[in-house]
Design a protein around this ligand. Sequence first.
Ligand code: PMP
Length: 401
Amino acid sequence: LFSAVPAAPPDPILSITAAFRADPSPKKVNLGVGAYRTDDGLPYVLPIVRQYERHFANDHSLNHEYLPQDGLTHFTVHSARLMFGKHSAPLNDNRVVTVQALSGTGALRIGFAFIATFLGQRLVYVPNPTWSNHRNVVPHAGLPPTRTYRYFDAATCAVDIDGLLADLKAAVPGSIVIFHGCAHNPTGADPSREQWKQILQVVKEAALVPFFDNAYQGFASGDLDTDAWSTRLFADSGIEMFVAQSYAKNMGMYGERVGALNVVLSSSSSVDIVRGQLKRLIRATYSSPPLHGARIAAAIMSDEHAFRSWQTELRTMSERIRNMRTRLRDCLVANGAPGNWDHIVKQIGMFSFTGLNAEQVRFIRSKYHVYMTLNGRISMAGLTEATVQYVADAICDAVKS
Ligand code: PMP
């Protein structure tokens, strides 16, 4: 029965963690996976999350009943507010449908399943490069394989805005375009606000449908509103669009799978229909989402004091990452590593796109036991004061060899 099943190709990101775990070297450093680590290299539970976990554990009036298919309303209402802002036109017009999802990936998956089922076989354009899972999720949801638009200029280590605009202008009208709302993964290069306005103009002229993937709100800059700016620009412009949200990074609830899918409509008259069909898709896929993390996220977002404490945590996490950027750049320069390393401090978010090629990445892995994806992406959150010099030495050796 199973002999004809072909082996699955290894996931380019998750396979690194497996290789790292199997490596017995005491010197090993994992810069592969995008999860925050403290300066001691340990996973971090936000104190405000811990506080609500204790609180809920002791509240015996709570239970573990099923949520409805579209999730905890207390959570989805606050999640949409967090994304679109207090003065959001679409929210105030009651033309946003928000459903709880299995973190950002689940939001993308349900969003694309909805598109495949009700909006036809549309093409989906993703930035080149992009988070590798975009290319999995889209065809898995029943759409054609993704196409790419130009995004990154390796020479300047910045967004190739001319290439990007030209490719979107040439895209098939009606296609879906994935945008990283902030902290583009893997490049860490985001369009400027002026460039986002140009992109919006082209998206409108070319009749494209934006799908914002916002996996790092608050985590990228340390400010929740700043990181929502591009998504809000589009939403407030009257355009119809999709937005995926994740609370993996910004609340550190990676494994709890807390997220949301928002569909912004042009009129409130379709809200009930779209919600009904999303619920039906969810019912057939996993029936209903998990309660625990959504309950915590909703509590944090709805209480002023807890919200402020969360904001402080976000600033602390993003500052540690920025500090690691400066430290790594400075160590590389002090080591005399050939080339310019300023892009490391200019990039934003969890990752740095170092510019190392696959051969150099393999060299660093075998000689130094430092793990990163083959495209040279490193998770800045995985660096610590204790490992930054060692990693700089490894990179320096690789680029000099
Ligand atoms: N989109 C992007 C661009 C990401 O980097 C990530 C996390 N690596 C996600 C979505 C989704 O992650 P999760 O499903 O854990 O929320």
